[in-house]
Design a protein around this ligand. Structure first.
Ligand SMILES: Cc1cc2nc3c(=O)[nH]c(=O)nc-3n(C[C@H](O)[C@H](O)[C@H](O)COP(=O)(O)O)c2cc1C
Length: 197
């Protein structure tokens, strides 16, 4: 498969960047080709603008068209971004809002399994400072699963799709090493796309 990794972090030495590298190393070891979209390094503009309002699926803005071309050649997509206020940081949010447009990605809000895109394997690797029991017991995990796995990435044709919260990412070196190892394993065992119907 051709695997696109989308990284949202301004610091190339951040834990999130190491997660992306480990995931790609695992995917490479599994025989996949890999491509990195380093949104900060590339200067992607996440601001939804009047240009986006005026554009349509036939004539997207040039930077959106470039991202869509990257997605078009991918069989699997991995998003790596830190959990910020129980949501996506603004860069990832803007990339999702601007790139996965109505008429290109989806056309039917009533059916999250109906996408205009071919099925792609999808994974969200999300470093989070909180502990996994806090995140689960306070209902955040269920809320994020609902918002992202049920409510967003189905429309984009990601199938199968999976949210992997890398909890305790600000913890001990041993904890961080185990999360990096998990990221490698997820790249190594990436499932193939499956039809949604
Ligand atoms: C603005 C901001 C908001 C954050 N919000 C949350 C949060 O809601 N839940 C959580 O578990 N961690 C939260 N964190 C912690 C980050 O997810 C964590 O530090 C992560 O490891 C950052 O990624 P990095 O290590 O690659 O920099 C937040 C951190 C920042 C800077």
């Amino acid at each position: 498969m051709h695997v696109l990794t989308v990284l949202d972090h301004p610091n190339p030495n951040a834990f999130s960047a190491a997660v992306a590298q480990q995931f790609m190393a695992g995917a490479t070891a599994a025989g996949h080709t890999v491509e990195l979209a380093d949104l900060h390094a590339e200067g992607f503009d996440p601001r939804w603008s009047q240009g986006d309002v005026d554009a349509n699926s036939e004539t997207p803005m040039p930077d959106v068209a470039a991202e869509q071309a990257r997605i078009a050649r991918a069989d699997a997509i991995c998003l790596v971004f830190p959990l910020f206020w129980w949501g996506m940081p603004s860069m990832t949010k803007g990339w999702v809002d601007r790139v996965w447009t109505w008429g290109w990605a989806y056309d039917q809000l009533a059916d999250p399994n109906l996408s205009l895109q071919r099925p792609r394997s999808g994974v969200l690797l999300v470093p989070a400072g909180a502990r996994s029991d806090e995140i689960r017991d306070q209902g955040y995990l269920a809320a994020l699963e609902t918002a992202w796995i049920d409510g967003t990435f189905g429309y984009f044709g990601l199938s199968p799709r999976r949210l992997e919260l890398l909890c305790g990412s600000t913890g001990s070196d041993a904890r961080r090493q185990s999360l990096l190892h998990r990221s490698y394993q997820i790249g190594l065992t990436l499932p193939h796309p499956q039809p949604t119907h």
